[in-house]
Design a protein around this ligand. Sequence first.
Ligand SMILES: Cc1cc2nc3c(=O)[nH]c(=O)nc-3n(C[C@H](O)[C@H](O)[C@H](O)COP(=O)(O)O)c2cc1C
Length: 223
Amino acid sequence: MTDWVPDRSLLRDRRVQYETAGLDRDDLHPDPLVQWQRWHDEAHEAGVAEPNAVTLATVDDAGRPDARIVLVRGADHRGLTFFTNDRSPKSRQLEAAGSAAGVFAWLDLHRQVRVRGTVARIPAAESDDYFASRPRDSRIGAWASPQSDELADRAELERLVTEVIERFEGADVPRPPHWGGWRLDPTEWEFWQGRPSRLHDRLRYVRTGPDPAADWLITRLAP
Ligand SMILES: Cc1cc2nc3c(=O)[nH]c(=O)nc-3n(C[C@H](O)[C@H](O)[C@H](O)COP(=O)(O)O)c2cc1C
């Protein structure tokens, strides 16, 4: 039970506030990561659910698009980090293509951020650290669930979980070898702010050099 829920009227007020203020070139931080953090924090403060949720888009071997939400667990100049099962379709697609796109949707603030870039697995030690910080039940789930494989029924999943609980009884639950982090290193970011009459503001950063904090060309796009 929670005794606090987001106040929808507050969100409406915020949305109007951001739509009215708009987004100008001069408002943007020269570093898109800092700009993303600002917008993420504003979404968090406004009570947006899971503001770190990104819809991650990939392509499969046949060039068919795929997409699903993952949670970003870290963001720095190396990229946006998320964790998943290494045998999942998304991991296979990331591995084969080496690139991906993502969309953050903070609809209550009428904002969207798009990223495109290269992807790489993070070092095992970093995955270990993050895995160790997760609750025991989540760690058990990472062992038990053959992510995206077909299951006969819910009971099959529960059987798999029971097996893992018994296996690690009285012991620590280590990171499964088939679970870890990926980092999406954006070469493009786009910040979209909804405005009245569909005359929305869109500003895009394109990477122009080796410095991820400074080497960006910023341009305005038509809505
Ligand atoms: C809000 C939300 C957060 C999620 N976060 C993750 C995540 O961080 N990692 C993950 O593997 N799946 C996450 N999922 C589940 C994925 O969307 C997806 O169902 C799963 O990873 C299988 O995707 P795939 O078959 O494309 O590999 C999340 C789903 C939702 C709705």
